[in-house]
Design a protein around this ligand. Structure first.
Ligand code: 5RP
Length: 235
């Protein structure tokens, strides 16, 4: 089974188990969420479900609109029943790295408004510790004018290297949906836990907008496996 199939079975299972009539759904970002939106649209059509979908990015908004789903926002729906989102890595304690696609800020806001954060992923995201499989670092969204002092402060305190994420089809850095930059922190592999404190500490640096560390947020994770089965982990 391909990686795409593994993403799809995890996404379908999460939607089937968590979404029912009148659910307010947070729609995450990335390639796995595409399958979740596909399943939401299938179920709306087949079962006549009434759903409201709250996007976590420009991409998610477009997915919702293109699928003909009802688009909502946090002004009208400050309480979300479940947010369904991908992850770059999930450790044994259900700490996540998110933001590989650059959408961490809105993803974390939406997740924080949700009664449940459900992670959908393929088996390459399932790790014992962060950094075991995901090698692109922990994203930190920062106000552009502050990226150098923030980079230097995190490196001086914790070690590792922080790289300004560069755009691919544009000269210069990636600019997020919120007009910020992203530093990818390649943290030293001596850091294996204590992410809650590290996250809080980094968040205190002026100019840091959000980190891609999601600690004590995910309630359930579905991992699609190569053999066609889906394993589940709960917080
Ligand atoms: O955090 C994210 C985007 O900012 C994504 O959820 C994460 O990068 C996983 O994406 P994919 O489903 O494509 O592997």
């Amino acid at each position: 089974m391909s990686l795409e199939q593994a993403k799809k079975i995890a996404a379908f299972k999460a939607v089937d188990e968590y979404v029912r009539n009148d659910t307010v759904v947070g729609v995450g970002s990335g390639s796995t969420v595409v399958y979740a939106v596909q399943r939401l649209a299938e179920r709306v059509k087949a079962e006549g479900l009434r759903l409201v979908c709250i996007p976590t990015s420009f991409q998610a908004r477009q997915l919702i609109i293109d699928a003909g789903l009802v688009l909502g926002d946090l002004e009208q729906n400050p309480r979300i029943d479940c947010a369904i989102d991908g992850a770059d890595e999930v450790d044994a304690d259900m700490v996540l790295i998110k933001g590989g696609g650059g959408c961490l800020l809105q993803e974390k806001i939406v997740a924080s408004c949700a009664a449940q954060l459900i992670v959908i992923a393929d088996y390459t995201k399932d790790s014992k510790r962060l950094g075991e499989q995901y090698k692109k670092g922990i994203p930190v969204e920062v106000v552009p004018m502050a990226y150098v002092p923030i980079r230097d402060r995190i490196a001086a305190k914790y070690g590792g290297k922080l790289q300004l994420r560069m755009a691919v089809a544009k000269a210069g850095p990636v600019v997020t949906d919120n007009g910020n930059f992203i530093l990818d922190w390649h943290f030293p592999d001596t850091i294996v836990n204590g992410w809650d404190e590290i996250n809080r500490d980094i968040m205190m640096i002026p100019g840091v907008v959000e980190t891609g560390l999601f600690v004590k947020m995910a309630t359930k994770a579905y991992f699609g496996l190569a053999d066609g089965s889906v394993i589940e982990r709960s917080a």
